[in-house]
Structure formats: structure tokens, C-alpha cells
Design a protein around this ligand. Structure first.
Ligand SMILES: Nc1ncnc2c1ncn2[C@@H]1O[C@H](COP(=O)(O)OP(=O)(O)OP(=O)(O)O)[C@@H](O)[C@H]1O
Ligand SMILES: [Mg+2]
Length: 235
């Protein structure tokens, strides 16, 4: 579905990522692991069109999308759920969801159905549909951010550290929902520092170190890898 080859992204003369190869099959959950500054978000930004690659190819379903504008990439079926959430805090939960359907400008009935689907996935959002996004808890805001990304029915969703700053119980719920979104037919690329939780739901993963991929494999392989365990899982 997505094939990234030889991807390099520079900020000025500094290469944030260099010669990165990633492949994602339709229906998979793939995770990018790595510590702060390793290059996970930069990879996401290149895929979603927010950063221009200085080298390499990004092939999505047979078309080269590297360097295309973010809205064209959304239209092709890739949506990034931003780190830090970037909701509209003064707008209600419902209004934030509607904004997520903007790019496709779907028909009213389709938007209505999409909202219902998000409420089914996150019942708390239905309860709080008239509350402002800014009044929600961190976990609820993250749910809203994911719900908003689902409004355009993406084929591939990029989730950048969805568990960051959340209480352990909420993290668990979050990963359950991510797995459900995947089962409903959306392919998922996840960036996480919480390797333990991520590898439980992922099919495969890549480990970033200083802008390059140093290890890759199935979740079982990564889990069994001593270096990976030591650096990202602990114990
Ligand atoms: N806008 C920018 N300008 C200059 N350098 C940047 C910019 N954004 C990121 N970098 C640098 O690029 C490198 C990769 O950063 P990136 O945000 O991709 O890492 P990350 O793996 O997502 O880290 P984190 O887990 O902290 O989110 C880091 O060295 C970072 O300092
Ligand atoms: Mg990041």
C-alpha cells in the first residue's frame, strides 16, 4: 500500500532522517519506535506532505506522492492525526468532528453516518458532543483528534504518539480502539515511545536511531530483540 524508499528529509543542512525504507501492507498496523528526536515525526511529516523530502520516493497505491501538497495527500486517502492534537479548543466536539470531513465535502448523510461511526467508537464523544474541545480531558481530546481524522474515511491513518501523556488505563483503552479501527478496515502507521503497548497490537515495526532505521521486524522479533527490549521496553 505504502512504500517509502531512500527517504531523506533535511532541516537546513541537518538530515533529520536519512535513507529510510518503510513498507506498509494494506490492513497492517506498523509501528515506528525510537527515542526523542530519532526521526519518527519527520517521517510522518514527509508522508503527509508537511515536509518536502530532499531525496527518496513515497509510493502510495501505485502513485508517487512525495512532495505533493498535504490536501492532495489527504484526498488520496492518507490522514495524519497530529501530535499535540491541534483541535479547535473553542469549538464543540461535534464541530471539531465536522471539520474533519472538510476535505472530502461529503454529502450530509455521509457526514452524519461518519459522526455516528465515531460516536460508536468513542461513546464519551457523543455524551460530550456539545462541550467545547478545550474542556475535555487529555484522553478525551486525543479520542476527538483520532475521531476527527476518521471523518474523511482514510485508507491509511498516521498516529503520532497517541498515548503520550495519558494515564495507563486510558492508554490501554486507546490501543484497544486503535486495534478496532484497524479491524474495521483502516491501515495504521503508529509512532510510539510506549513500545510495550504498541508491539502488542502491531504486526511489524521499525526502530529509528538518529534518523536511520537500525532494526526492523515483526512485533514478535522486536519484542525478542535484546537491544530493543533494553532501550524501549525495559527489563
Ligand atoms: N522544524 C525543525 N527544524 C529543525 N530541526 C528539526 C525540526 N523538527 C525536527 N527537527 C530535528 O529533527 C530530528 C528528528 O526529529 P523528530 O521530531 O522527527 O523526532 P521524533 O522521533 O518524532 O521525536 P519525538 O519522540 O520527540 O517526537 C531531531 O534532531 C529534531 O531536533
Ligand atoms: Mg515525534
Amino acid at each position: 500500500m505504502l512504500k517509502v524508499t531512500g527517504l531523506t528529509v533535511k532541516y537546513g543542512s541537518f538530515s533529520a532522517i536519512e535513507d529510510v525504507d518503510i513498507e506498509i501492507g494494506k490492513g497492517e498496523i506498523v509501528v515506528l519506535l525510537g527515542s526523542n528526536g530519532a526521526g519518527k515525526s519527520t517521517t510522518f511529516r514527509a508522508i503527509s506532505g508537511l515536509s518536502k523530502p530532499s531525496k527518496g520516493k513515497i509510493n502510495f497505491e501505485g502513485s508517487l506522492i512525495g512532495g505533493k501538497s498535504p490536501d492532495r495527500i489527504v484526498q488520496s486517502g492518507i490522514v495524519q492525526c497530529a501530535e499535540g492534537r491541534k483541535l479547535f479548543p473553542q469549538m464543540t466536539v461535534y464541530e471539531n468532528l465536522i471539520m474533519g470531513a472538510y476535505v472530502h465535502r461529503r454529502k450530509k448523510t455521509q457526514i452524519k453516518q461518519a459522526v455516528e461511526d465515531v460516536y460508536e467508537l468513542f461513546p464519551i464523544l457523543q455524551e460530550k458532543k456539545h462541550d467545547t474541545a478545550g474542556s475535555l480531558s487529555g484522553g478525551q481530546q486525543q479520542m476527538l483528534a483520532i475521531g476527527r481524522s476518521l471523518m474523511s474515511h482514510p485508507k491509511l491513518i498516521l498516529l503520532d504518539e497517541p498515548s503520550i501523556g495519558l494515564a495507563p488505563l486510558i492508554v490501554e483503552q486507546m490501543f484497544d480502539v486503535i486495534q478496532k479501527i484497524n479491524k474495521d478496515g483502516t491501515t495504521i502507521l503508529l509512532a510510539e515511545q510506549n513500545a510495550n503497548a504498541a508491539l502488542k497490537i502491531a504486526d511489524r515495526g521499525y526502530v529509528f536511531e538518529s534518523g536511520s532505521i537500525v532494526v526492523q521486524g515483526t512485533s514478535e522479533e522486536l519484542y525478542a530483540n535484546d537491544a530493543v527490549r533494553k532501550a524501549y521496553i525495559g527489563a
